[in-house]
Design a protein around this ligand. Structure first.
Ligand code: 3H9
Length: 689
C-alpha cells in the first residue's frame, strides 16, 4: 500500500488498482482526497499491468460529498470537476465500491465510474438542496441518464437518499455484494476488464431521458407538486432547471448550465445560511465543560405524566424508537381519550402508507396507561407534561420525589416556568431537568433541554444523547422565563400586537411574516396555540385585545374564531369584528393609529428577537448564537434559508441592527428598544455573533 496523500492510499491487487480513501469522519472530498484520487487514476492509467480500478473507502461510509467546511475558502486544485473528468475518461474500467452513504459529490464520483457495486445497506443521494445548492460536479446531468428524469427530479428536489434495492432496480448500481465489499469489487473489476475494452459511460446514455423529451410537462408537474413545501427556497427550482438542461441540451452544454447555476447559488445568501446551519445543528449537540467520559445513565423505560396533546405526543416519540412508556392521567376518561388520540394518529399515518399496520400495533403496545403515579417507580426517565401551573407542577414533583427510583431523571416539559423552583421541592434537584418539547411533540424536531442551577452533568449528558435517540435536535439552555425560544417569541408577539393596535391590519402583519418565510404570522400562530393560554376568565377585565377576544369566546382556532374567523377546515378569513375591536381598543387606550410599511412591520417584529437573543447570550442562557438559530429554525419555523435570527443579524450587519433599534427607540420613546450592551459592543468592534 502506497500513500498517495495523507487521505488516499494506492495499491495493486492481482491486476486491479485499488484507490482507498481514508478521511474520517465521512470521507468528504477534501483537498487531499481529490488530489489522491487524481494521482491514483493517473498512476493506474500509466501502469500497463493494471487492467481496472476500484474506488473504495475505509471507515463508516463511502464519500459523503464535497467537504462543506472548505466552501468558505478559496478552492484548491484539483477541483472536483477536473478529478471527475479524469475519472470519466479512464480507458480502464472503474468500479465504485460503496458502503454507508454515497452522497452529493460522493454519488457524483460513482456516476463517473463505469460500474457501481454496493453493500445491501448502502444509500445514495444528492442532498445539495439542503445546503441551498445543486450537485455541481455533473450530478444533475448524469443522474437522470441513469435513473430516469422522474426519479432524478425527486432525488434532487427532496435531497432524500434511496436504498441499495431501489438503486439496483433503477439501474444506479450493478450489483449488491454479499459479504466482502472490497474483495467482491476487485473480482467484479477483473471480470469486467476481461470482457473487452468497451465499458458504459453514463454521459453517453440518452435512453432514459427520452420520456421527458416526449412529455416535458413533467417539469411543470414537479414544480406544482413541491411549490408549497419549497416556498421561498431558490435551490429546488435551480435543481429542476439543471435536469431540464440535461433533457434539452447536449451533455457538455448541460454541464456548463449546471456549473453556472451552481456558482449562482454558491454566491448567494441562501446557500451561505444553509451551510452555516448544517454546522450549527451539529454544534448544538456539543456541551463544553462536561467530561466526555461521563457515563450516560441507562434509559429503558419512560413515564409521562399527563396524557393530553403534549403528553401523548411525547409518549409517541418513545414508542417510535421502541422504548416502553407509561402515561399517567388523573381519571379514566382522560386516559382513554389520550390513548385513543395516539392510536388515531398512528392509524392516520398508516392510512397514508407511511407506517405498516403491524407497526401501529407494536407502537401502541409499547404505550401503557395508569391512574397511579406509583406505577412510574421503575422508570428511568419521567417527564411531567401537565398544564403550565407552578403549584400543580410542584405538587407532582414532590410526589415523584417519593416514588421515583433514586437514579431516575425527573423532567419537566414546562415551556416557561422556573425550573429551579420546581427542582427545589425535591430532595434531588441534581436529577431534575427541563425537556421542553414543541407541539405537536411527535412531529417537531426541536427539544430545548433546560439545565437547572443544580442539574448534574451525567443527567445533562444523558438527555443530550437521549434526544438523538428519539430523533430530536437538542439545544441546551439555562433557566429564565420562557427559556430561549419562548422568551424571544414573547418579544415578537408583543410588538406584533402593538403594531396592530397602532393601525396595521392583523392580516397585513401576518402576511409580512409569511413572506419573510415563517409558516404563519404572529396572529395565526396565537390562534393556533389558543388565545386563552395563560388567560384567566375570573380575572379578565378587558384590559387587552386578547382579554376582549377571549371574553367573547374567540379563543382561537379551537373555538372557530380568534384574531381570524375559521371555517370547518380551519381556513382563516380576516374578521371585521376584530378589526373594529382593535380600533376601539386603541381609541380607549389613547393610541394614535396610522399606516405601516411592510419594512416597518418586519423591523418591529424581527429586531426585538435579535436584541433579546443578544441579551440571552450575554446572560449565558444559550451557549452559542448558533444554538438560538437552531431553536428558531426547528422550533418556530424560522426560514432555514435565512439561517436563524442571529445569522440573519450577522448577514444584515450588527451595526445596522443597532442603528435600527435606536431609530425605533427614538421614534417610540420606548426603552423596550434599547439595544443590548453586548450587541452594541460587538457592533462597535466590527464583530459578529
Ligand atoms: C457537495 O457534495 C457539492 C458537490 O455536488 C459539488 C462540488 C463542486 N463535509 O452528520 P453527522 C461532518 S455538497 C464536511 O453528525 P451522521 C459533520 O460536520 C455535500 N464535514 O454524522 C460532523 O462533524 P463533527 C453533499 C462533514 O452519521 C461529522 O462529519 N453532502 C460532511 O449522523 C459527522 O456528521 C452532504 O450534504 C461534509 N460533506 O451522518 C452530506 N458531512 O463530528 C452531509 C458530514 O465535527 N452529511 N460532516 O460535528 C450528512 O448528511 C451526514 O453527515 C451523514 C452522516 C449522513 C454523512
Amino acid at each position: 500500500m502506497v500513500a498517495v496523500t495523507d487521505q488516499v492510499d494506492y495499491n495493486v491487487e492481482q491486476t486491479i488498482a485499488v484507490i482507498t480513501i481514508n478521511n474520517p469522519p465521512v470521507n468528504a472530498l477534501s483537498h487531499g482526497v481529490r488530489e489522491g484520487i487524481y494521482k491514483g487514476i493517473e498512476t493506474a492509467s500509466r501502469d500497463d499491468s493494471v487492467t481496472g480500478i476500484v474506488i473504495y473507502c475505509e471507515g463508516r461510509t463511502f464519500i459523503a460529498g464535497a467537504d462543506i467546511s472548505e466552501f468558505g475558502s478559496a478552492p484548491k486544485e484539483p477541483h472536483l470537476p477536473a478529478v471527475l473528468t479524469l475519472l470519466d475518461q479512464s480507458t480502464k474500467p472503474v468500479v465504485a465500491a460503496v458502503h454507508g452513504t454515497a452522497l452529493g459529490g460522493g454519488l457524483e464520483t460513482t456516476l463517473c465510474c463505469n460500474y457501481r457495486v454496493a453493500t445491501a445497506d448502502a444509500k445514495f443521494g444528492l442532498p445539495e438542496v439542503h445546503l441551498g445548492l445543486l450537485p455541481g460536479a455533473g450530478g444533475t446531468q448524469r443522474l437522470p441518464r441513469v435513473v430516469g428524469v422522474e426519479k432524478a427530479l425527486s432525488m434532487v428536489t427532496s435531497g432524500a437518499p434511496i436504498g441499495a434495492d431501489e438503486a439496483l432496480e433503477s439501474g444506479l448500481i450493478d450489483m449488491i455484494v454479499k459479504s466482502d465489499l472490497r474483495a467482491e469489487a476487485i473480482a467484479f473489476a477483473i471480470a469486467k476488464s476481461s470482457q473487452g475494452a468497451s465499458h458504459p459511460r453514463v454521459r453517453d446514455n440518452q435512453e432514459k431521458l427520452q420520456s421527458a423529451v416526449e412529455s416535458p410537462e413533467i417539469f411543470a408537474q414537479v414544480r406544482k407538486m413541491i411549490a408549497r413545501k419549497t416556498r421561498g427556497f431558490l435551490a429546488p427550482e435551480y435543481n429542476i432547471r439543471c435536469i431540464e438542461a440535461a433533457v434539452s441540451q447536449p451533455f457538455d452544454e448541460g454541464i456548463k448550465t449546471e456549473g453556472k447555476l451552481f456558482m449562482e447559488l454558491m454566491a448567494g445568501p441562501q446557500s451561505r445560511a444553509q451551510q452555516y446551519f448544517f454546522f450549527a445543528e451539529r454544534q448544538a449537540s456539543k456541551v463544553a465543560g462536561i467530561d466526555k467520559n461521563t457515563p450516560d445513565l441507562p434509559i429503558s423505560k419512560v413515564g409521562v405524566i399527563g396524557g393530553g396533546l403534549m403528553g401523548g405526543g411525547i409518549a409517541m416519540n418513545m414508542a417510535n424508537v421502541g422504548i416502553p412508556v407509561t402515561i399517567v392521567e388523573t381519571n379514566q376518561a382522560a386516559l382513554d381519550r389520550g390513548l385513543g388520540i395516539i392510536r388515531k394518529n398512528y392509524e392516520n399515518t398508516a392510512s397514508k402508507g407511511r407506517l405498516r399496520a403491524e407497526d401501529v400495533e407494536t407502537r401502541c403496545g409499547l404505550i401503557s396507561g395508569s391512574l397511579e403515579m406509583e406505577s412510574l417507580a421503575d422508570c428511568d426517565l419521567i417527564i411531567e407534561a401537565v398544564f403550565e401551573n407552578m403549584a400543580v407542577k410542584k405538587d407532582i414533583f414532590s410526589r415523584l420525589d417519593q416514588i421515583a427510583k433514586p437514579e431516575a431523571i425527573l423532567a419537566s416539559n414546562t415551556s416557561a416556568l422556573d425550573l429551579n423552583e420546581i427542582a427545589n421541592v425535591t430532595s434531588r434537584p441534581e436529577s431534575v431537568i427541563g425537556l421542553h418539547f414543541f407541539s405537536p411533540a411527535n412531529v417537531m424536531k426541536l427539544l430545548e433541554i433546560v439545565r437547572g442551577e443544580k442539574t448534574a452533568d451525567p443527567v445533562i449528558k444523558t438527555c443530550m444523547a437521549f434526544a438523538k435517540r428519539i430523533k430530536k435536535v437538542a439545544t441546551l439552555v439555562g433557566v429564565c422565563p420562557g427559556f430561549v425560544g419562548n422568551r424571544i417569541l414573547f418579544m415578537r408577539q408583543h410588538q406584533a400586537n402593538l403594531v396592530a393596535l397602532e393601525g396595521a391590519p392583523v392580516e397585513k402583519v401576518d402576511q409580512v411574516l409569511f413572506d419573510f418565510g415563517f409558516p404563519m404570522g404572529a396572529f395565526q400562530m396565537a390562534d393556533l396555540a389558543g388565545l386563552d393560554l395563560g388567560w384567566d376568565k375570573e380575572k379578565s377585565n378587558s384590559e387587552t385585545v386578547r382579554d376582549r377576544l377571549c371574553e367573547q369566546d374567540r379563543r382561537g382556532q379551537k373555538t372557530g374564531a380568534g384574531f381570524y374567523d375559521y371555517d370547518e377546515k380551519r381556513r382563516p378569513t380576516p374578521s371585521s369584528l376584530v378589526a373594529d375591536l382593535i380600533k376601539d381598543h386603541a381609541e380607549k387606550s389613547g393610541v394614535t393609529r396610522r399606516e405601516f410599511s411592510d419594512e416597518e412591520i418586519l423591523d418591529r417584529c424581527v429586531l426585538p428577537m435579535i436584541n433579546e437573543g443578544a441579551k440571552i447570550l450575554d446572560e449565558g442562557i444559550a451557549m452559542r448564537a448558533s444554538d438560538i438559530d437552531v431553536v428558531y429554525v426547528y422550533g418556530y419555523g424560522w426560514p432555514i434559508y435565512r439561517g436563524g435570527p442571529m445569522h440573519y443579524a450577522n448577514s444584515i450587519g450588527l451595526g445596522k441592527v443597532v442603528e435600527k433599534l435606536r431609530h425605533y427607540q427614538d421614534k417610540t420613546g420606548d426603552d423596550f428598544w434599547t439595544p443590548s450592551p453586548y450587541l452594541v459592543d460587538l457592533a462597535e468592534n466590527g464583530k459578529k455573533f
